[in-house]
Ligand binder design. Structure first.
Ligand SMILES: O=C(O)CCC(=O)C(=O)O
Length: 284
């Protein structure tokens, strides 16, 4: 039986109805899911009460998984393929390293030389209200720019920093460590999706400046592009339920975790990250 899809918003996203990602899946069935992933950019699978091993196994169908060497503090100690996004305090009571992960518009691993193809985030625990994630369609963001703006940004490279967060929660020690592991990387502001051939805007709040320009010179254009890319008509806002898995294509979307919940309640998510194709260059 072919898969059944339900659109999640006008701009992007579809739910794959009646899927059980823990079951063996034929090449043909996964092919349909992957086609839907390319067409809708985000896929939702509800009610997936699965183990970490099953999460990893299903994610591997999308491609080789990142072992998160660029984010060693954030990965699961026994499963390097799993990145924790949790507000659960450490055993000693200190805040979790990933308490504020994703609280800015970004595309995963843009600050590395192998930005991610896609990510699969599994909701393990969610507060009573809120803890939503927003996604935006970067094809539409690019296509809706004027010809003049497309020409202006065609050759630009944005410099992505791993540690730029809206909420300053990084300790000095962690900031220095992160800089050593992931020095800033310049990425093209317009990327061609390797599978669909469509152009997408590749920007976000981890970009501090354009290569060859100062921060002051870059700031207004970065701000415009981020504001434009996150206009309501390009967005889907996901309200999580326990055992949801959301898979997104990092090559043509951005996302942001919202802090719209009671921080005393547990929000625990686990992510696998599918490696993409090499892109960008390190900036001294
Ligand atoms: O926790 C979320 O909703 C999103 C986390 C995130 O931004 C990420 O995993 O890149």
């Amino acid at each position: 039986m072919p898969i059944t899809l339900r659109k999640l918003s006008h701009a992007l996203g579809a739910e794959v109805c009646d899927a059980d990602v823990s079951k063996p899946m034929s090449e043909q069935r996964f092919g349909e899911i992957y086609r839907a992933f390319l067409d809708h950019n985000i896929l939702l699978f509800r009610n997936q009460d699965i183990t970490r091993e099953q999460h990893i196994e299903f994610s591997r169908r999308f491609g080789e998984l990142d072992r998160h060497d660029a984010l060693p503090r954030d990965r699961h100690p026994d499963h390097p393929e799993i990145l924790l996004v949790t507000n659960e305090p450490k055993p000693g009571g200190q805040p979790a390293d990933t308490k504020y992960t994703g609280r800015q518009w970004h595309s995963d691993m843009s600050f590395t030389l192998v930005p991610s193809l896609g990510s699969l985030l599994r909701c393990v625990s969610i507060p009573d209200v809120g803890g939503d994630t927003m996604f935006t369609n970067m094809y539409l963001a690019y296509e809706s720019l004027s010809d003049g703006m497309k020409k202006l940004i065609a050759e630009l490279h944005g410099i992505h920093f791993s540690g730029t967060r809206k909420i300053v929660d990084l300790s000095k020690e962690r900031e220095e460590e992160q800089k050593r592991i992931t020095p800033p990387v310049a990425q093209p502001v317009v990327r061609v999706h390797p599978e669909t051939g469509r152009k997408a805007l590749y920007i976000g709040e981890k970009v501090k400046r354009f290569d060859g320009m100062t921060e002051d010179e870059s700031r207004p254009l970065i701000a415009f592009l981020c504001r434009h890319a996150t206009r309501p008509e390009f967005i889907y806002r996901h309200q999580w339920r326990k055992n949801d898995i959301v898979a997104w294509d990092n090559r043509c979307t951005m996302h942001m975790a919202l802090g719209d919940f009671d921080e005393t309640q547990r929000r625990h998510m686990e992510r696998t990250t599918v490696l993409g194709t090499p892109s960008g260059y390190v900036v001294a």
